[in-house]
Design a protein around this ligand. Structure first.
Ligand code: PLP
Length: 384
């Protein structure tokens, strides 16, 4: 099992940071690369034409290794999850009878494009909510999603784990059902990739979108998107950028305007995809994740949190059964006798950082956390 890795981060000892799902801290090594990259811009004569392409290719290859993508050219660099989702929505046509399925209280960047799309084609957005009962909540929610998918379903767009409480969605079963009705499976993996194993080869989604500043431990404003060949062959990007066109490597010929794009998902890269500061930083953090491996991060988070989870359940809190939730991100639903405002004050007094999403207190640990952090968390519940 992995050991605690706090020495690789700059988090102060008096802070209990259980909020990676909000924003990860940077690794010291990534901060160092960032400083170097900023300084490089002071000496622009050291930047050459190849540099516009080499680091982005390296980044795409690193991401391919992390999520088992056969061809790195199916990946585009995106500035945000919403951008990656908008690209997908921009390339799907619906019929009036079609529906797009999402889950209840899904993150807005994976909602608004679908709202717009169904509005454009006068189709339907179907929201599958968890239901009110905590009994078998995760299983029932997954069953509801599976039984909602039908011949009229054109798109199922959902995350691997719910952003507010970590409920796991059974992507393998959902893929099987979507295949059977010829529907797209679009995954927003922003809250899972990096900390939870995922394989494109195994699940074969039509698109996989991931912002970089949470579980990829990267900087803000850069992420990655995988688009299957079906999107790549004739896909239309949401903006037209010089670098995404064929032969853009040849700077002297840029005004020989090209109608063809770079191969595969190269057409979907965001403008100025070569971001010289952020790209090397994200490469560095993914390289570290490749050494640690998501399955080990998951196991570490499970080990440091399991006793605390049992104690909180004994206090009457609802936390999803381990089979249907992740260990790097989970929600605590309070019983009526525990006052949320008092708890917030207690967390504040003890420098404990968590998030409040929907009705859940969201806890999201990483390798810089320890069992001790969870003991401090439980102590706050006991103190009030
Ligand atoms: C599930 C999920 N997707 C995406 C994002 C970020 O979206 P964007 O990159 O569009 O700001 C978040 C941020 O909290 C999230 O929780």
């Amino acid at each position: 099992m992995l050991t605690n890795q706090k020495n690789k981060f700059n988090l102060p000892n008096n802070i209990t940071y259980l909020n990676c799902a909000f924003m990860s801290p940077l690794l010291k090594s990534v901060e160092e690369v960032g400083h170097k990259s900023v300084s490089q811009k002071c000496l622009p004569y050291q930047i050459n034409g190849d540099d516009f392409f080499t680091a982005t290719t390296q980044l795409k290859k690193a991401f391919s290794s992390l999520v088992k993508i056969e061809d790195y050219r199916n990946i585009a660099i995106i500035p945000s999850a919403s951008y990656g989702i908008a690209t997908v929505a921009n390339n799907i046509k619906l019929d009036k009878v079609n529906e797009v399925i999402v889950v209840g209280e899904q993150f807005p960047s994976n909602i608004y494009s679908w709202q717009k799309l169904v509005h454009k084609f006068d189709a339907k957005l179907t929201i599958i909510s968890s239901g009110n009962s905590f009994k078998n909540r995760g299983k029932n929610w997954n069953d509801k999603i599976l039984s909602a998918i039908n011949q009229n379903t054109k798109i199922v767009a959902l995350p691997h784990v719910h952003w507010s409480d970590g409920t796991l969605f059974d992507l393998k079963a959902i893929r099987k059902k979507t295949r059977a009705v010829n529907a797209y499976l679009i995954i927003d993996a922003t809250q899972s990739i990096g900390a939870l194993p995922f394989s494109v080869k195994e699940i074969q989604p039509d698109a996989l979108i991931c912002a970089g500043y949470k579980w990829l431990l990267g900087p803000y404003s850069i992420g990655l998107a995988y688009y299957s060949d079906a999107f790549c062959s004739n896909g239309i990007p949401i903006e037209e950028n010089w670098i995404n066109r064929k032969n853009s490597e040849n700077f002297t010929g840029l005004v020989n305007y090209e109608s063809d794009y770079q191969p595969k998902a190269g057409r979907f890269n965001v403008g100025e995809m070569s971001n010289f500061t952020l790209t090397p930083m994200l490469i560095k953090s993914i390289e570290q994740l490749l050494i640690w491996k998501p399955k080990n991060i998951q196991q570490y988070c499970h080990e440091i949190s399991k006793d605390a989870i049992e104690q909180l359940q004994n206090l009457g809190c609802y936390i999803e059964d381990a089979t249907y939730r992740s260990s790097h991100l989970f929600g605590i639903y309070l019983p009526k006798n525990i006052n949320l405002e008092k708890l917030k004050t207690e967390f504040f007094k003890n420098n404990i950082y968590v998030s409040y999403r929907g009705n859940a207190i969201r806890i999201s640990p990483h390798l810089y956390n320890s069992k001790d952090d969870f003991s401090k968390l439980v102590a706050c519940f006991k103190n009030i």
